[in-house]
Design a protein around this ligand. Structure first.
Ligand code: GUE
Length: 289
């Protein structure tokens, strides 16, 4: 048997339709401001994609493309201005930042109510307390995708491989808030295969091409592949993207997300959803669970 494929595009389209409808109910279109430093090609391309999709969903979007040499003080001054500007609903500083800028200092400086990445410690705390707030985009997008395809979460044995602040940790928190039984595995987990084979819902976010092989997956499990690995083409061929999950896992799993075209599109759609949520909160609403 081969697994049901879970493409991100239809789920992202459903989320974006909701984003557009909610945006239209607000007194003014929500405004997202993105900041990036330097010219890392992946960052340039991601920010361009987010900007384009924001406009397509009826949001307003501004990009501050600053030189690599921008100082931390200059960046913090820009953020302070955006925090104080009532016309700005969401702020995203594209990561990674150059080595001379402290990621922690920058993420702590963003007003938690405008923190559409959900990375501010206030929002991290609210997530683990199970209270409504802004949630990190990739984990929240994964939950939306599971719901979109009618895949159960409550009571499932969920294993998250990876403990990053951007994906693994917050995804574990969201799954726990939804009443899954959650295990977080990582690079120091002995006998990883024994742990992953327990999973009804296996989520992998480590950045290692094809780490998860068919023997590590329970028959019929749902597999969420968050890995985006750029692998060079063979014999001068084109580079391509591949996930953390060996494609042969599709012979064992019940359902699996593709890479590219799985979790990635959900991340962007969720960023725009968070921007609308931020605007709603600033107009007196509650945030999301
Ligand atoms: N402050 C901040 N917030 C982020 O959310 C953030 C960030 N910094 N820095 C970098 C990572 C990475 N990220 C992705 C978003 C969409 C795709 C995506 O749409 N990927 C496509 C493929 C895109 C391609 O071809 O490269 C896909 O999976 O189908 C990928 C990666 C957001 N990030």
């Amino acid at each position: 048997m081969t697994a049901r494929l879970l493409p991100g595009a239809p789920a992202a389209a459903a989320l974006l339709a909701d984003v557009a409808a909610r945006a239209a109910r607000l007194p003014a279109p929500p405004r997202l401001v993105m900041v990036r430093l330097g010219d890392d090609p992946a960052s340039v391309s991601y920010v361009r994609g987010k900007d384009r999709q924001a406009r397509a969903a009826g949001l307003e979007s501004t990009v501050h493309a600053l030189p690599e040499a921008t100082t931390q003080a200059e960046l913090l001054a820009l953020i302070a201005g955006l925090n104080a500007d009532p016309a700005v609903n969401g702020i995203l500083v594209q990561l990674p930042l150059p080595a001379h800028v402290s990621e922690q200092a920058v993420l702590h400086a963003i007003d938690p109510r405008k923190d559409v990445d959900g990375f501010h410690p206030v929002n991290v705390g609210e997530l683990w307390a199970g209270r409504p707030a802004l949630r990190p985009c990739t984990p929240a997008g994964i939950l939306f995708l599971l719901d979109h395809y009618g895949l159960p979460v409550v009571g499932q044995r969920a294993v998250v491989v990876g403990r990053s602040h951007i994906v693994g940790r917050p995804l574990a928190g969201l799954l726990l808030n939804r009443d899954a039984t959650v295990t977080v595995a990582h690079s120091r987990t002995p006998d990883l295969a024994a742990v992953t084979r327990e999973a009804d819902l296996l989520c992998v976010a480590v950045g290692q091409p094809h780490l998860i092989t068919p023997g590590m997956v329970k028959a019929g499990a749902t597999v969420i592949d968050v890995g985006i690995n750029r692998v060079p083409g063979q014999d001068g061929g084109k580079a391509h993207l591949t996930g953390d999950v060996d494609p042969a896992v599709a012979e064992v799993a019940g359902a699996i997300t593709p890479v590219p075209g799985g979790v990635g599109p959900m991340t962007i759609a969720q960023l725009l959803a968070n921007t609308v949520t931020a605007a709603e909160m600033q107009a007196g609403g509650q945030g999301t669970r």
